[in-house]
Design a protein around this ligand. Structure first.
Ligand code: TMP
Ligand code: MG
Length: 330
């Protein structure tokens, strides 16, 4: 099977044949009861999926999904992804990396008194965001509170648009390893990528620009800052996007998904249970492969993540698995 660049129709046909072969081998295995000697399934042949930190609850389903995505090819594909702790790294050398919000909270732009309030807010609400026992519905009012209070405090800080770039430069916000390849390759193959983030759009774009590259096939839906004529932050534009309302509001009245209606296959990437709802607005969706990054509170959440995401990547600061899958499709 071709593994290098230059993925094209031939590669899709070859891989499609591999899917059929895998199906035949599986049937043979079921009939004979003997274990096949060779690895014939796509998920068995991909080294990236054999690692210990990769959890797949239903391998048959993932195999089928991969076959379908590969057979349909890049013209039917779109990517929908979260930003903080999905495209961006959770940690580097054992130290937590900044989210979009943290970039500002930790910068010299925010006075100490306000930092203290933001820290207290995070200490109160982040444990709720990742709580394994609460339902999404129970969490929503707390997330609304966190985001409303947090953005309110930022507005009180007198932040200037011209300072954002330096704040990002001084932060330890980083992209996951492999984002460069992914962004460049998706652009090359004209596969659209929606970045759906409860972070701060202006900061998110600056992080991508400084540590990778923004391309024309990328669209960001997030909380964008509203600046006055003097470039001072006066508020946030539009409806608030928080971790658990990604299924409503922001994309409800947009034509983004309708213009992509022929792209019925989705690869969704996220790190929160709220991210699973990011593709709710896609009309006529056919196949969706959900890849979840589980970064924190791992033991408590692994089972739930395995039920919700097709592939769960535990403490993985790379894009190795999504990239390996994309390589097969493109
Ligand atoms: P995401 O949807 O791109 O992952 O962005 C949301 C993340 O931002 C979520 O994990 C919570 C985090 N966050 C902070 O770190 N500080 C804050 O003040 C707020 C409101 C959110
Ligand atoms: Mg996230």
């Amino acid at each position: 099977m071709a593994r290098t660049s230059g993925w094209n129709t031939t590669a899709a046909i070859v891989t499609g044949a591999a899917c059929a072969l895998a199906g035949a081998a599986l049937a043979g295995y079921l009939l004979s009861g003997r274990r096949p000697k060779k690895r014939t399934k796509i998920i068995e042949m991909m080294d990236e999926l054999q690692k210990e930190n990769v959890h797949i609850r239903d391998p048959e389903r993932v195999e089928k999904l991969l076959c379908q995505l590969i057979q349909d090819g890049k013209s039917k594909l779109q990517i929908i992804t979260d930003f903080d702790m999905t495209l961006s790294r959770f940690s580097i050398n054992g130290k937590r990396c900044a989210t979009c919000h943290n970039v500002l909270e930790n910068s010299s732009l925010v006075p100490e008194s306000k930092k203290q309030i933001l820290d207290e807010l995070r200490d109160t609400y982040y444990p709720i965001e990742i709580n394994a026992k609460m339902t999404i519905e129970e969490k929503i009012p707390f997330m609304m509170e966190w985001y409303t209070k947090g953005t309110g405090v930022l507005v009180e800080c007198g932040l200037k648009q011209s300072d954002l770039s330096l704040a990002v430069k001084e932060s330890n916000a980083r992209m996951r390893d492999g984002c460069d390849w992914q962004f460049h390759t998706l652009h090359e193959h004209s596969v659209p990528m929606l970045i759906f983030s409860a972070g701060i759009g202006d900061i998110l774009e600056e992080i991508i620009k400084q540590h990778s590259q923004m391309y024309a096939n990328m669209r960001v839906v997030s909380n964008y800052m509203d600046f006055n004529h003097d470039g001072m932050l006066v508020g946030f534009k539009g409806d608030l996007v928080h971790t658990y309302n990604k299924n409503e509001g922001a994309l409800r009245n947009s034509d983004y998904f309708t213009t992509l209606k022929e792209r019925r296959n989705i690869i969704l990437m996220g790190d929160s249970m709220g991210d699973l709802r990011m593709a709710d607005g896609v009309p006529n969706m056919q196949h969706i492969l959900k890849i979840g990054f589980l970064n924190d509170n791992i033991e408590e959440r692994l089972e739930k993540y395995k039920e919700a995401y097709d592939i769960v990547l535990v403490s993985d600061d790379t894009m190795d698995v999504p990239n390996a899958i994309m390589k097969k499709i493109l």
